[in-house]
Design a protein around this ligand. Structure first.
Ligand SMILES: O=C(O)CCC(=O)C(=O)O
Ligand SMILES: [Fe+2]
Length: 328
C-alpha cells in the first residue's frame, strides 16, 4: 500500500530531471564520425594482429637500430635514445620554446611546487602541431609498441617546467595509483620523456632504480626519498635525448640546485584496455585524423572497444586488441 505513492514520487522526480539530462546525441555523432574516419584509415592500412604484430615489430626494431634500447628496456626498465637519433636537436629547441610559450597562457590546474613536478601543463596535443610530431616520431613509438603493443593509446601530453626551487620528486612507479600490485611483467603504462634542457644532477635530472621494474611492486614508503642510495642512478643526459621507461620502473627526480628552468615534454601511453588519463577523443578533430595514419587513430583511442553511449559498441569493436598478443 505504501509502495505505490513512493514509486510515483520517484517517477515524478525522474521526469523533473529529464529536461536537464545531457543531450548525448552530439557526443555520439562526434565519436561516430571520428570512428568512421578511423575505420577508413584502418581499411587502407591495417594494424598488425596476433603473431604478425611481433613480426612487424621485429622488423621495426631492426630497421631503426633499436636492439640495444630494447635490451635496456628488458634489463634496466628504461632506455635512453641519445641526441640525433630521434629528431635533430633543433626540434627539441623548438619544443622547449613551444612549451614555454604555452605556459604563458595555460589553464591546467597546477599540481603545485610541493609535488616535485614543477609547473605542469596538461593535454597539450591539441595546442601545438609539434607535440603531434613528437608523438609520431618513429623511434620512441617503436619502443612504445614494444612495451604496450600497436594499439597503445596516448595517456597524457604534459609539459613539466621546473624553476630554480624545484623540490625532489619522490621515487615512485607510474603504475602506482593506477594498477593494483603485484603488477604483471608486461607493462600497462609507459613514459616517453623528451629532454629539452640538459639533464644534470644540478638541473634536477630524472633518477632511476635500474631493474626495479622486475619487482612488480610500488616503492615502499621507507624508500620514496632514497634518491641518494647506491642503487639509484641519476640520468645525466643532454638535451635532444628521449627516455622511455616501463610503468613499473622506480624513478623520481633529484632537486634542482641551479638557476634557469628544466623543460620536459612527457608523453605517457597506456595499453588499449587501460583508460587514458586525458580524454583525447574529445579534442581529436576530423582534420587531425585526416592528416595522420592508422597509428594516430589508435593513439587517440579510436579503435578501442570503449567507451560507448546509447548507440552501443562501436563499429570499430573488432579492431581493438583482442588476440591476447602483448604486441598487438
Ligand atoms: O621529469 C620528472 O621530473 C619525472 C616525472 C615523472 O615521474 C613522470 O613523468 O612519470
Ligand atoms: Fe613518474
Amino acid at each position: 500500500m505504501r509502495e505505490f505513492p513512493r514509486r510515483r514520487t520517484l517517477l515524478q522526480s525522474e521526469r523533473q530531471r529529464q529536461p536537464n539530462r545531457m543531450n548525448t546525441q552530439p557526443l555520439i555523432e562526434h565519436l561516430t564520425a571520428l570512428r568512421q574516419l578511423a575505420l577508413a584509415k584502418y581499411e587502407a592500412d591495417p594494424l598488425p594482429t596476433g603473431e604478425a604484430a611481433r613480426e612487424a615489430l621485429d622488423h621495426e626494431i631492426e630497421a631503426q637500430g633499436l636492439k640495444a634500447a630494447v635490451a635496456d628496456l628488458e634489463t634496466k626498465g628504461y632506455a635512453v635514445l641519445p641526441p640525433g637519433t630521434v629528431k635533430p636537436v633543433a626540434f627539441f629547441d623548438e619544443l622547449r620554446e613551444t612549451l614555454l610559450r604555452l605556459a604563458e597562457d595555460d589553464s591546467s590546474r597546477n599540481l603545485g611546487a610541493e609535488s616535485g613536478l614543477g609547473n605542469t601543463l596538461f593535454h597539450l596535443l591539441p595546442r601545438a602541431r609539434i607535440i603531434e610530431e613528437a608523438l609520431l616520431a618513429p623511434a620512441p613509438l617503436a619502443l612504445v609498441t614494444y612495451l604496450l603493443g600497436y594499439r597503445a593509446k596516448l595517456s597524457q601530453s604534459t609539459g613539466l617546467i621546473k624553476d630554480a626551487s624545484a623540490k625532489p620528486l619522490a621515487l615512485h612507479a607510474d603504475h602506482s595509483g593506477k594498477i593494483p600490485a603485484p603488477w604483471p611483467a608486461v607493462a600497462q603504462y609507459c613514459n616517453v620523456t623528451w629532454v629539452t634542457t640538459d639533464y644534470t644532477r644540478e638541473n634536477g635530472a630524472v633518477c632511476v632504480w635500474p631493474g626495479s621494474h622486475r619487482f612488480c611492486r610500488p616503492v615502499p614508503a621507507d624508500l620514496v626519498m632514497a634518491h641518494d642510495r647506491d642503487e639509484v642512478d641519476v640520468l645525466e643526459v643532454p638535451r635532444g635525448s628521449v627516455i622511455v621507461w616501463h610503468g613499473s620502473l622506480w624513478h623520481g627526480a633529484v632537486p634542482r640546485t641551479t638557476g634557469g628552468q628544466r623543460v620536459t615534454l612527457v608523453l605517457p601511453h597506456v595499453r588499449d584496455h587501460v583508460q587514458a588519463q586525458e580524454l583525447y577523443w574529445a579534442t581529436t578533430t576530423p582534420e587531425m585524423v585526416e592528416r595522420n595514419g592508422t597509428r594516430f587513430c589508435a593513439l587517440m583511442g579510436l579503435y578501442s572497444a570503449y567507451p560507448w553511449l546509447q548507440d552501443g559498441p562501436p563499429p570499430t569493436l573488432a579492431l581493438s586488441a583482442r588476440s591476447g598478443s602483448q604486441f598487438e
